[in-house]
Design a protein around this ligand. Structure first.
Ligand code: NAG
Ligand code: NAG
Ligand code: NAG
Length: 364
């Protein structure tokens, strides 16, 4: 059944602060209420795939340079030769600041599908917490994704799998918009809290599905997908979810101002797209397509694109983008902490991916 394959589609690799956590995630003893959440994508009365749509325009950037997160993710993980990445600025009718899309030319998703699925269907108040979306092929097929803070990475064909998109956006909302207990370090996301979310989950006897047991962050994100459905498609309480009443109520409350699609809503914050631009590599350099590059930075990068995309020197490159938020705000500090965590995640992700591939677990 489609539902069972969609469970595996929801592979997200988000590092977790286990040293602060009481336990890794919901216990095995909890019931899995559904077999994946793919059933929320469509249905007789519509689903997340049928969300209302905002208009957009897009413009492709000239070949040669890549925004830092696109370059680093592609190269660090060996997902795509940087020379093979197209960069688009997509501007939605409800927000004047464009989103950046980086699409590996061998991705099975077209730029139009990417732009439409993300921008049309993710309501602006949630979408405004993401600024960059990358799309790569999935060597093993299927659809999977992971979240890099404000940068989403999709693998394979995720067309009409809006539950996956909402899940990924939810990870960002967990970190950026959902209040944490003030006693916690800035780097924490809400679901990282030692006992708050876990106690709420443990108040019930079930979780949304098997994937919600991966860790507390996944648990939060899966319930958030159900909240998105509740906010826009149907009454979630009609799905027989009394066994997860506390989780569901909390999530609906936390995301009430973010998930609903509201006519004529516009963005009220954004990340400035002032990423450092990185030369794709020597081929682009030889073509004179990197003439604007900062040669001091690029000295360590020569040959990056021509070695199969595995140059790890790109990891840990500092980025400077402080205009989106006042640099003394909590969110800004949290973001700086988040950048450190993401560097670690990128390393971990490379290892996780290798293991998953060998066991076939990443197949969709
Ligand atoms: C769950 O929360 C409700 C409402 O606060 C409370 O009455 C109930 O005792 C809790 N159940 C458990 C198992 O914690
Ligand atoms: C949305 O904007 C359109 C065009 O300006 C207007 O006609 C419509 O009444 C607005 N809808 C709401 C709910 O404000
Ligand atoms: C924040 O910005 C101010 C003004 O631009 C600057 O003087 C200060 O050093 C910055 N603080 C940090 C932590 O970067």
């Amino acid at each position: 059944m489609a539902r069972t394959t969609l469970v595996k589609d929801l592979l997200v690799f988000l590092a977790f602060f286990t040293h602060y956590a009481v336990s890794v995630g919901p216990p095995d003893s909890m019931t899995e209420r559904f077999t994946g959440l793919g059933f929320l994508d469509s249905g007789v009365s519509g689903g997340l795939n049928d969300m209302p749509r905002a208009s957009y325009t897009m413009a492709q950037r000239s070949w040669g340079m890549l925004p830092l997160p696109c370059y680093d993710t592609a190269v660090t993980n060996g997902y795509c030769d940087p020379h093979d990445i197209d960069v688009w600025d997509v501007t939605y009718g409800d927000c004047e600041v464009p989103k950046i899309f980086c699409r590996c030319i061998s991705s099975p998703m077209s730029i139009d599908t990417l732009a439409a699925d993300f921008g049309y269907k993710i309501p602006v108040k949630a979408r405004q917490w993401i600024d960059t979306v990358s799309s790569y092929p999935a060597p093993e097929g299927g659809c999977s994704a992971w979240n890099g803070g404000d940068h989403l990475n999709f693998f394979g064909d995720c067309t009409d799998k809006m539950s996956v998109w909402f899940h990924e956006v939810a990870h960002s909302l967990d970190c950026w918009t959902t209040p944490r207990p003030p006693s916690l370090p800035e780097a924490f996301c809400y679901s990282d809290t030692p006992t708050e979310w876990s106690n709420i989950v443990l108040n019930g006897t079930c979780v949304p599905d098997n994937y919600a047991k991966a860790d507390w962050a996944e648990s939060w994100a899966q319930v958030a997908v159900m909240s998105a459905w509740h906010a826009n498609v149907g009454n979630v309480w009609n799905l027989g979810i009394g066994c997860m009443q506390a989780q569901m109520s909390k999530s609906i409350e936390q995301l009430a101002g973010l998930w609903p699609w509201v006519e004529n809503a516009t963005c009220d914050r954004w990340w400035d797209n002032d990423w450092e631009e990185i030369c794709m590599g020597d081929v682009a350099r030889d073509y004179g397509a990197c003439d604007g590059e900062n040669t001091q930075d690029s000295s360590a990068r020569h040959g990056d694109g021509d070695n199969g995309g595995h140059n790890r020197q790109a990891v840990g490159k500092e980025r400077s983008r402080t205009k989106g938020l006042p640099n003394d705000s909590d969110a800004w500090k949290k973001r700086k902490e988040g950048e450190l965590a993401r560097k670690l995640r990128a390393e971990e992700r490379a290892g996780l991916r290798g293991r998953k591939t060998r066991s076939g677990g990443r197949r969709g």
